[in-house]
Every structure is written in C-alpha cells, then in structure tokens.
Design a protein around this ligand. Structure first.
Ligand code: KG4
Ligand code: ZN
Length: 348
C-alpha cells in the first residue's frame, strides 16, 4: 500500500510517500520537508500563528514535489495520513484539513496519526529494523518518555518527565548561552569545543529508583552559572557550559534507558525523536547497551526530527494491523493534547 503522509504539528511541514510492501518492509518513495526554524529564530521559539500560516503556504508545493519525485500519480495513493496530535492546534488543522480534503477528492480513506507513534515507529524505516518487543526512548522537544512496545498500538508507559522535556532542556540552556533556536543541535556543536568537567551540574532524578525524569532544575543550574560568570562568559566558558549541560542530560537519559532494559528484561532499545540525533547520546547508549548484550536502533538520522515519512509509516502499520479507523466521510478533528497512553488504552 502507498501512503501519503502530512506532518504539521509544530514548525516543520513534512510530506512523504511511503510504500509498505506485503512482507511488511517499508520504503520511502519520496519526501520533502520545510523547516520554519529560521522564521521563528528571531522570536526565540515557535510563534503558533506564524507556524500555521507558513504550513498553509508550504504544504501543497511540498506534496507536488513528493509526487513528482516518486513518479507517482495521486490516483495511486491508497491512504492519506496526517498528524492528528499532539501539537499546535492551528498547525495541526492545516495538515489535517489538506489531507482529509485530498482523500475525499480522491475517494480514498484518510487516517489521523499520533505524532509520537510516528516517532516511535520511525526506526522501522532504517536498516536493520527492530523487532517487537522493545523499549523505546522518546526524546523530543515536547516529550521525554520510556515505553515498553510489544507491537503496533501496544504501548506501556514506563516513565516520563515530570517537568521539562530533554529537547526543551537543550533548547532552554542553549538560549541562556545565546545560541539560536532550536538550540539542541547548536549546543551539541558548541559542546565539542568544551570541557564538561569545568562545571558541576546536577543529574536530576538519576538515583530516584524509578524511570521518571526531571530537567527543569538543570536549566536553573545553568542560569545560576551564567549569572555568576556575568559579563565574563568567554567563548571557552560557553563551550564548557554547553559540554557540561549535554553531559548531564545524556547521562540521565542513558542511565534510565539502561535501567528500563534491566527492568523489562528486553534486549532492544529504540530511540526516537529529535534529541535522538545527538551524537553523544548515541555513543553512550550504544556502549551501555553493548555491555548488556543489548542493541540500540535509531531512525535514519534525517528522520529523527519531525517529518512526513514517520506519519505515513505509522498510518500504514496501523491500518495493516487492523487498528486503524480510517475515515471516508470528510470529517476530522485534531487533538492538540493527546497522551500516548490514551492511544495505547484504546488499542491494546
Ligand atoms: O522530534 P522533534 O523534531 O520535534 C518535536 O516533536 O518536539 O524534536 C525537536 C527537538 C528540539 O528540542 C531540538 O533542540 C532537539 O530535538 N534536537 C537535538 C539535536 N537535534 C535536535 N538535541 C540535541 N542534540 C541534537 N543533535
Ligand atoms: Zn516530534
């Protein structure tokens, strides 16, 4: 089956065509992405109204690009997928509206997908793909969760952040260090030139004994350090603080992920979401898992952050698992707040 997927939950407009062959192996036939990062940078974060308007401008040209790239006619699309939530209401409505209208015009079904399920299943677009069951570490700008995944739609929450998400911790500390938005990649680049031992930062909830996270205190600790340095925050100190911040976030994420493997007895860890692009995180997870005889699976690097391919894939996997409630009547809604646990409850 060929699925055309639309992602517009935040500041990226993503469109992709994914084919799921009978054997279950997915293939990205075409994809296009427009990131609004530069547009929002001046404001230090995403401005919802600007995001919605930009999605409107980009979505159809991107869809045309994907179809041309893959040499596919609209009539050959079997299912149109879109991000139903969670995310910014106005931004979600653009992708959902376009997808459902397109499906209705084509006489094809439309299916709304949970954004995090898209991230969760995105490692199936990599080679080799993981097998169920696995532990998933979801680390994005809005979420930090550890899940046990037994199959499509069979998700059990093991732990999550009680305040800021890991990506948010990267972004907020990056802002304190005067780096642009989104700060994660910039902070990671700066950290390469720093000495992480130059500053001692807390490892929040490292020894809490559970699988929950907390990152808000880290931001406060970095703020305290930057205030202490005042005007004297030289290039080297900024790099040192970036390195210390990255080290603190990564250490906690790695420790809890490995604890989740121990607690479940599973040997596969899947990492998804924007922070999964972080090289230091990947190195340490790989090393820690290898010591346990476990293995870590990632989506292709370009598909770690938001994209249309993961939405198309999640829709394809849902519908071939018989879990989907694709609609054909042109009706739709969006769920700006939509806990993944709710999705698991309704489909487990
Ligand atoms: O999954 P995603 O694209 O969007 C959400 O659904 O939130 O994740 C974006 C987050 C941002 O916070 C960004 O700073 C972070 O992922 N990020 C990184 C890196 N690349 C993206 N954080 C640390 N290191 C990176 N290399
Ligand atoms: Zn995301």
């Amino acid at each position: 089956m060929k699925v055309l997927g639309f992602e517009s939950s935040c500041d990226e407009t993503g469109v992709a065509l994914v084919e799921l062959a009978a054997g279950g192996t997915p293939r990205v036939l075409g994809q296009a992405l427009h990131t609004q990062a530069l547009m929002h940078e001046a404001y230090g974060g995403v401005v919802p109204e600007l995001a919605s308007r930009d999605h409107i401008r980009r979505v159809l040209p991107l869809a045309r690009q994907v179809l041309a790239q893959s040499g596919t006619a609209l009539a050959d699309v079997d299912l149109v997928a879109y991000t139903r939530g969670p995310g910014l209401a106005g931004a979600l409505l653009v992708g959902a509206g376009v997808a459902v209208a397109l499906a209705a015009a084509l006489g094809k079904p439309a299916l709304g997908v949970h954004h995090l399920e898209g991230h969760l299943l995105s490692p199936f677009l990599a080679e080799p793909a993981p097998q169920f069951p696995f532990v998933a570490l979801l680390v994005s700008g809005g979420h930090t969760q550890l899940m046990r995944v037994d199959g499509v739609g069979r998700y059990e929450l093991l732990g999550e952040t009680i305040d800021d998400a890991a990506g948010e911790a990267f972004d907020k500390t990056a802002k304190l260090l005067g780096l642009g938005y989104p700060g994660g990649p910039a902070l990671a680049r700066l950290a390469d030139f720093g000495d992480e031992s130059a500053f001692t930062l807390p490892r929040p909830m490292l020894r809490s004994g559970d699988l929950d996270f907390s990152f808000a205190g880290l931001k406060t600790a970095v703020l305290t350090q930057t205030r202490r340095l005042g005007q004297n925050v030289c290039e080297q100190n900024r790099a040192n603080l970036a390195a210390a911040t990255q080290a603190a976030i990564v250490e906690v994420l790695v420790a809890k992920s490995l604890r989740a493997l121990d607690a479940t007895g599973l040997e596969r860890l899947v990492v998804a979401g924007g922070v999964g692009a972080n090289v230091r995180l990947r190195e340490q997870l790989d090393a820690g898992a290898a010591r346990r005889g476990a293995r870590v699976f990632y989506p292709p690097l370009a598909l770690c952050t938001d994209n249309g391919a993961m939405i198309a894939l999640a829709a394809a996997m849902r519908s071939t698992s018989g879990l989907a409630q694709a609609s054909r009547d042109g009706s739709f809604d969006v769920r700006p707040r939509w806990p993944l646990a709710e999705l698991a409850r309704t489909t487990a």
